[in-house]
Structure formats: structure tokens, C-alpha cells
Design a binder for this molecule. Structure first.
Ligand SMILES: Cc1cc2nc3c(=O)[nH]c(=O)nc-3n(C[C@H](O)[C@H](O)[C@H](O)COP(=O)(O)O)c2cc1C
Length: 156
């Protein structure tokens, strides 16, 4: 499992050995850095909007994410990101556990993400871009008659 934790703003507070090895980072390079340090430009903005909206509701998020390593290489993961709560049930940070995505999942999601990116560009990345991009994703999911999380879990 590839694990990181963040504070409420998405700054990395913990990364396991596996994460450091895969991303080709030293621990001191990434601690306190925003998690978008490994953001890949092929990822649609809409996916991260969904991620943060879900976390802000106190719910868990599943996602297929293409990440970029410090040497410019990339890898795809199936990620489960959850809020961490303290003893008073207050959210104190976030926690991501990922494993490598299988080929079929990468194939399906990379095509979908390409369409979402095209839509975001077509809207000049303006306010309506993310909504239009999310619609592409939800249309596919609605066709299956399941929720977003159910859809991803079924594929993974
Ligand atoms: C616990 C946690 C784990 C995250 N993991 C990743 C990740 O593996 N890759 C990534 O690109 N963004 C990840 N994010 C989302 C980033 O915080 C950020 O929203 C995203 O990279 C988009 O960056 P941008 O809004 O600056 O474009 C994670 C966020 C949290 C809270």
C-alpha cells in the first residue's frame, strides 16, 4: 500500500517508505508540501473537485489517479482517501491509501479523463468547465445505475 497523510489544507504530514520510493522523493522533500506536488497534468480538475467536496462532507473518496514522480515518470493508483477524526469527532486531517491500478481500470479511466480534459479545455477552464467535466463522468456512471463509489469499487 502507498500511504500518505495530510493536514486540513492537503499538506503532506506523513508518507510511507513505499510512497517515497515510487515517487523518488526523500522524506524532507515532501513533508509540509502541498499534495499537488505529485499532480500529473493529465488529471482533470474535476476529479480533485469531487475529492475535496467529498472530504468536506466528511465522507470517503475513491479515485483513480495518475501521479507524477520527481523524475517525471508516472504511475496510476486506485486511491481511498478518508478524513481522520480526533476523539471529539473533529476532522484533523486526511489519509490516503492507494494501490497500483490494474490495466483495465487504467484503460477505462484514462479514456474518460481524456474526454473530461477536452471538455475542461473547451470551456477554457472557466467556471463552467468543471461542472461540464463532472457531467461526463456522472453520465457514464448513471448509465450503470450505480453511485460513483460503487462504480469505482466494481471496476477495481
Ligand atoms: C490525503 C490526500 C491525498 C491526496 N493524494 C493525491 C495524489 O496522490 N495525487 C494528486 O494529484 N492529488 C492528491 N491529492 C489532492 C491534492 O491535494 C490536490 O487537490 C490535487 O493535486 C490538485 O491540485 P491543484 O488543485 O493544485 O490543481 C490528495 C489530497 C489529500 C487530502
Amino acid at each position: 500500500m502507498i500511504v500518505t497523510k495530510t493536514d486540513l489544507k492537503g499538506r503532506i504530514t506523513y508518507a510511507n517508505e513505499k510512497f517515497l520510493n515510487i515517487c523518488v522523493f526523500q522524506e524532507e522533500d515532501i513533508l509540509d508540501e502541498p499534495h499537488n506536488i505529485i499532480r500529473h497534468p493529465d488529471m482533470p480538475k474535476a476529479v480533485f473537485r469531487l475529492l475535496w467536496d467529498t472530504l468536506k462532507r466528511g465522507e470517503e473518496f475513491f479515485g483513480v489517479i495518475k501521479n507524477m514522480c520527481s523524475d517525471g515518470s508516472f504511475y496510476w493508483v486506485f486511491a481511498n482517501i478518508t478524513p481522520s477524526f480526533d476523539e471529539n469527532n473533529m476532522v484533523i486531517g486526511y489519509f490516503s491509501v492507494r494501490r497500483f491500478a490494474n490495466k483495465e481500470l487504467i484503460n477505462i479511466m484514462s479514456h474518460l479523463y481524456q474526454k473530461m480534459m477536452q471538455e475542461e479545455k473547451r470551456h477554457n477552464n472557466d467556471k463552467s468547465a468543471i461542472e461540464a467535466s463532472i457531467k461526463i463522468l456522472t453520465d457514464v456512471i448513471n448509465e450503470q445505475g450505480v453511485s460513483y463509489n460503487e462504480y469505482l469499487i466494481s471496476l477495481a
